[in-house]
Design a protein around this ligand. Structure first.
Ligand SMILES: [Zn+2]
Length: 208
């Protein structure tokens, strides 16, 4: 798909007026096409999503896609495909995570509400804590975890209220380092952790 000459000129005009940036015709063509391609992709994903949801009316308990494509489990993040995948109103999951839901070890909402829990990856991402350390905190009883048959750890915030802060306190920010370059800064790089999470026990185990 490529934009018409009229759209490219419009793109040039908007950038000049709104952002004071003057694109050459070629630059505007490239940037405009990239942007249009991005939105087209979002639109395709949205349509695919609607179709999947529609099919749930026929199979309310869920189904496998069997389309040969690779997806990620919405809980453990593992790559899954065809019969390894189960899709229902909570999203796509691998079979061990689905089984943990069926056995009520975790609730299905874990799959689409990532703000309600921490994963092992989150401990590394937000606190720079390795999984070995996190597992030892579980053994010591500092952290309470739900563990699936696939050895995926789910740390519900409501079960670790005094220890784990809501993720809304740990938001990163984007800073501009040159005209076209941005960098993400983690919450602890521009704020004092001793202040931000002073009410949460996890602070004692952080090394930054
Ligand atoms: Zn999984």
């Amino acid at each position: 798909m490529s934009l018409s000459e009229k759209s490219i000129k419009e793109f040039q005009r908007i950038f000049k007026e709104k952002y004071g940036k003057e694109y050459t015709y070629d630059e505007a063509e490239e940037a405009g096409n990239n942007l249009a391609g991005f939105y087209l992709l979002l639109y395709k994903f949205h349509i695919e999503d609607l179709k999947k949801q529609e099919k749930l009316k026929e199979f309310p308990k869920g189904y496998s896609f069997m389309d040969g494509k690779v997806y990620n489990c919405g809980i453990c993040g593992n790559r899954i495909q065809d019969e390894q995948l189960w899709y229902d109103k909570w999203g796509s999951k691998c079979l061990p995570c689905q089984e943990a839901i069926n056995k009520k070890i975790i609730s299905g909402s874990v799959c689409n509400n990532h703000d309600s829990w921490y994963s092992m990856f989150d401990f590394e991402h937000y606190f720079k804590l390795k999984s070995v350390t996190v597992r030892s905190l579980v053994k010591k009883g500092v952290l309470k975890a739900r563990i699936t048959g696939g050895r995926c750890y789910v740390f519900l915030i409501k079960e670790n209220k005094d220890t784990l802060p809501p993720k809304s306190l740990l938001q990163s920010r984007s800073i501009q380092i040159s005209e076209d370059t941005f960098r993400m800064e983690q919450w602890y790089e521009f704020q004092n952790p001793s202040e931000v999470i002073k009410n949460y026990k996890i602070l004692q185990y952080l090394s930054f």
